[in-house]
Design a protein around this ligand. Structure first.
Ligand SMILES: Nc1ncnc2c1ncn2[C@@H]1O[C@H](COP(=O)(O)OP(=O)(O)OP(=O)(O)O)[C@@H](O)[C@H]1O
Length: 264
């Protein structure tokens, strides 16, 4: 049984077909990469999985239950969480508070969630439950190597640390499937190397499944166990990294000839 299945999914925006007849199966526990040129339809696929877009055609299943076009908060509650290409943190909250908001409210993507969180904290004080959540949040921060920054405002973090905090927030929802949209964007080489280790570790230690979009091909080829390549909304290749990077269609559409000679 696949953890996540997209069956012949199509997404049209007026006259533009952003995703055309894509079938995708992600198995439990794997690290799966979705790659392709700009505008290929990768983020649109994430938006359909998370309920932000309703597919024009096709079905999406999570643990064999159909989730096509459920509301995003319902989809989060089934165990799917994501990070965004453009970082979306609560900039005025601390690192720890950012994680706790995600624990409190599975959507945690709007101001309502923040005010709900603070009302509950001030009304109840730090109850036993709050303390427990705080400890769990600190534990997650330590997994991501951010525990020393727990009391900093999230806006004060380096770009790379903000991306890690986004992952911590996604994990804090209790998700079993993480969708990471360009997690290495803006990271330097050593941060990217650390990210590869971190993603492997959270998959292994937390039993998570990871579906990621990334343009850093060294990261993708070194980390992902299977890869699907999209071009103009269609699947042009799928397989393990060794297969995909030798596929002429992928070289022509995306990797370029220089990848074959110097990319690796
Ligand atoms: N809400 C929308 N309305 C209209 N067109 C859209 C919408 N969302 C995406 N598109 C279009 O769908 C196509 C696929 O976009 P998408 O963002 O999924 O590509 P991508 O593969 O994620 O690209 P990138 O690597 O640049 O992030 C593009 O032509 C984009 O302009």
């Amino acid at each position: 049984m696949s953890l996540l299945t997209l069956e012949n999914v199509t997404m049209k925006f007026g006259g533009l077909t952003a995703v055309k007849d894509v079938t995708l199966r992600v198995e439990e526990g794997e690290i799966f990469g979705l790659i392709g040129p700009n505008g290929a339809g990768k983020t649109t696929i994430f938006n359909m999985i998370t309920g932000h877009y309703k597919p024009t055609d096709g079905r999406i299943l999570f643990r064999e239950n159909e989730i096509t076009a459920l509301q995003p908060d319902k989809i989060t509650r089934t165990g799917i969480a994501r990070t965004f290409q453009n970082i979306r943190l609560f900039r005025d909250l601390t690192v720890l508070e950012n994680v706790m908001v995600s624990q409190h409210h599975t959507i945690a993507s709007n101001g309502k969630a923040v005010s709900w969180f603070f009302k509950s904290v001030t009304r109840l004080g730090y109850s036993e439950k709050e303390r427990e959540m705080r400890n769990k949040a600190l534990e997650l921060l330590s997994v991501l190597g951010l525990e020393m920054l727990a009391n900093e405002k999230s806006s004060a973090l380096s770009y790379g640390s903000q991306r890690l905090l986004e992952i911590a927030r996604a994990m804090a929802t209790g998700a079993t499937l993480l969708l990471l949209d360009e997690p290495a964007a803006g990271m330097n080489a050593s941060e990217t190397a650390g990210l590869v280790d971190t993603i492997r570790r959270i998959r292994d230690d937390f039993g998570l499944t990871v579906l990621l979009i990334e343009h850093d091909m060294k990261l993708v080829m070194g980390l992902c166990e299977r890869i699907m390549v999209l071009d103009h909304g269609r699947t042009i290749s799928e397989g393990d990294p060794a297969f995909v990077q030798k596929d002429v269609r992928v070289i022509e559409a995306y990797l370029g000839r220089e990848w074959v000679t110097v990319g690796k």
